[in-house]
Design a protein. Sequence first.
Length: 260
Amino acid sequence: MPQPDLGNAEHSATPETAAPVDGRTVIALVDDDRNILTTVSIALQSEGYATRVYSDGEAALKALLENPPHLAVFDIKMPKMDGMELLRRLREHSALPVIFLTSKDHEQDEEAGLELGADDYIAKPFSLRLLLARIRAILRRSDAVLPEGATAPAESERPTEKIERGRLVMDPARHQVTWGGRAVSLTVTEFLILEALAQRPGVIKSRNQLMDAAYPDDVFVDDRTVDSHIKRMRRKFRVVDDGFSAIDTLYGAGYSFAEN
């Protein structure tokens, strides 16, 4: 299999050369492991994506802010600036979809990454098939450009009407959320979980049901991922309303939205 040239414009670690590529969906890869960068880049290009790669967090941060891709995948353990710090600083300015690569035996990394605003995580060693499935799922949820030949969901499958539940207003067409008239910034995954709850106030949704709402195509996600998204959503709403309590927990069963 031919190896990609990691020094060309599509793959450069230099922000100034990281330009959009032929209108294709652009995936940024950030990892200090050159083998992973090469292997994943080849797999993504074979699926119709363009890729940019960066070997450390400092180079990546500048590039991701100045010339954003459609989605980024990066490792936690990196020199100069690790993935946690990269995500923290990125989230100060951008809601760019992010998938974390974590060590298999470090659950605290997964939890911390989701708390900081990662959209998903995959434990190393990982299968390329799983990574591609999660990338496709997140791009569909974020309405990003799909690779040539890929099929976007039909318009009829996308809810467009606003959801109004007491102080909550959700606008799926614009991916906007307000609480009591104040904006709340949610990731795509958080938005879809909240939407699933708000569509039927008072009805308990199991974690499996919420996974199905936020992760199509049978992509496996474990229970603690949903719990982490709920925890982070509550925290965001409490920034605008410290008395927020509209997301109820029924231990052992799931979550529900309390309209009043």
